[in-house]
Design a protein around this ligand. Structure first.
Ligand code: NAP
Length: 242
């Protein structure tokens, strides 16, 4: 076998790459979502214990190439990966998904953190949150004039002024149209995740003329090789086998 690969995942793109990896390589997940049981490569679950733990793992498991296909907002694991790869002297490749771009007529309001996000939402009554579980930590802070809909991967009872919808992408355009109609949102809150799986919400916001409050992307470390396409990354990983 050529270099043993550790693939850091937790996204649909990463799973597509993992499905192409032969036995002997390792696919790593934080353990928050579904664990695939049909891969040829090994699957490991859970944190490494920071960058030092990851560096130790790279050495102990005989890893020769570290590949980061985590979500663009998973900044901690990417920062750890960059540090650990240097410490263990293992090359670090990364999949960096291109961000979505606003189109003519779109009303995007870019914010840098939760406090700015909440301030930007002040004029609205029915925000639809589609940026993961973070709003669940703020259910007791919902302003009097607002009712929140929170779509995330967690099942949660919500409260009198918030409804939590447990749903996993990909989402279709027709599905999003129906969902938006049911929710009656007057503003959408999103990360700029990029990719096709969750892009339909932006199309529906455009159709309905809804503003989008967009949480800006975190800074990510440089990598030895950067890919914006999972197929190109997998091809490069499989090149030694051809
Ligand atoms: P994070 O803040 O960057 O990472 C937190 C900690 O979780 C890391 O320090 C690491 O623990 C552990 N971890 C994260 N990804 C891991 C992986 N692939 N394998 C092993 N340990 C991992 O990450 P997050 O934002 O909580 O996201 C967690 C996972 O969900 C990531 O794998 C990411 O790809 C996926 N995800 C995130 C988002 C998002 O919006 N953030 C969206 C979709 C999917 P140790 O320090 O102990 O090693």
């Amino acid at each position: 076998m050529s270099l043993r690969i550790l693939l850091l995942g937790g996204t649909g793109d990463a799973l597509r790459i993992a499905r192409g990896l032969p036995a002997g390589h390792v696919y790593s997940l934080a353990g928050l979502g579904k664990v695939p049981d049909d891969l040829k490569c090994e699957v490991r679950i859970g944190g490494f214990g920071g960058s030092a733990g990851l560096a130790r793992y790279l050495t102990d498991a005989g890893i020769g190439l570290l590949v980061d296909a985590t979500h663009p907002y998973a900044a901690q694991i990417s920062a750890n990966a960059a540090v650990a790869s240097r410490a263990a002297q293992v090359p670090y490749w990364a999949l960096r998904r291109a961000p979505w771009q606003p189109r003519a007529g779109d009303d995007w309001r870019i914010v840098g953190d939760w406090a700015q996000l909440v301030a930007e939402l002040t004029p609205f009554a029915r925000p639809l949150f589609t940026l993961g579980r973070e709003p669940l930590a703020h259910l007791d802070e919902i302003p009097e004039h607002q009712y929140w809909t929170i779509r995330c991967l967690d099942a949660h009872p919500g409260n009198a002024r918030a409804c939590v919808v447990d749903a996993r992408g990909p989402f279709t355009l027709d599905g999003e149209r129906a969902f938006f109609a049911a929710v009656g949102a007057d503003v959408v809150v999103s990360k700029n995740s990029g990719g096709r799986a969750t892009e339909a919400k932006l199309e529906v916001a455009r159709e309905l003329g809804l503003p989008v409050v967009m949480l800006g992307r975190p800074a990510l470390p440089d990598a030895d090789r950067v890919f914006d396409d999972p197929c190109a990354l997998l091809d490069a990983l499989l090149a030694p086998y051809e």
